[in-house]
Design a protein around this ligand. Sequence first.
Ligand SMILES: [Mg+2]
Length: 292
Amino acid sequence: MPVAIFDMDGVLYRGSTVLPGAKETLERLRHAGWQVFFATNNSTATRAEYVERLGRLGLGGDAEHIVTSAYATAHYLERLDPKPRDVYVVGANGLREEIRATGITVREPSSLPGVEPPGGAAADGVDPGAMRRYLTGVSLPPPADTVVVGLDLHVTYAKLAEAQRCVLAGALLVCSNRDRAYPVEGRLLPGAGSIVAAIEVATGRTAICIGKPEPFLFEEVLRRAGERNAVVIGDSTDYDMVAAHRVGARGVLILTGLTDEGAVERARGEAVPDRVIGSLRELFALPELAGT
Ligand SMILES: [Mg+2]
């Protein structure tokens, strides 16, 4: 059965507001036998939290049909040979939990060298020398064999230092996504990509990226679906459309989300959508969904 992969924010809902036609669209697809999946670059929440969120919004879906970049990252690591044995995460607990669920050991945040700077060293900008002396004085565990980076709203200099130390000692560097920004209520915050970039600069290495626009997130969906005939519905040319084309799927761009003015005209190569719709109500008029 064909697969529909929905980006969530900006396509099905915006914040806590369900977009027009979202519920009906999903119901109609499921009723017609489509495999309906949800895919997000967000690495901070677990799939269980998304099941809860989708349920609260009346959109349905279960954990089997939700693939987050945290989940896809965990399963990417699980399939590596040799499999990572000691993972250090700069990111949220959702990311740690998904990796642990595959049986891979992930360090506790409390084990971070430099997790508890003394008051004088911790005070912002007051005494950088004290922080330097503290960080060079802490005892260090053997470096982790893998460093995984996702969005971390509590990122610190000590966390960057530990990531740098492990990568320079040979750890594999993987990131859940490179999103530039994290859109929240009424403003933008820095996205995971800003933290990834800091660690890449500090190490001179390039992270393997799992989330969109790279193919691994959607590959995980297609692997679960057991089917490669897929349509991606997303609101970003640079992320959703590129990733769709990298797994051989058709890309439908919807203009209800963050799609900025002129994005379609500016799009080149893999970023060019196969179809553009103004709202979900137009989806069923597309030839890809004929007869649905
Ligand atoms: Mg989106």
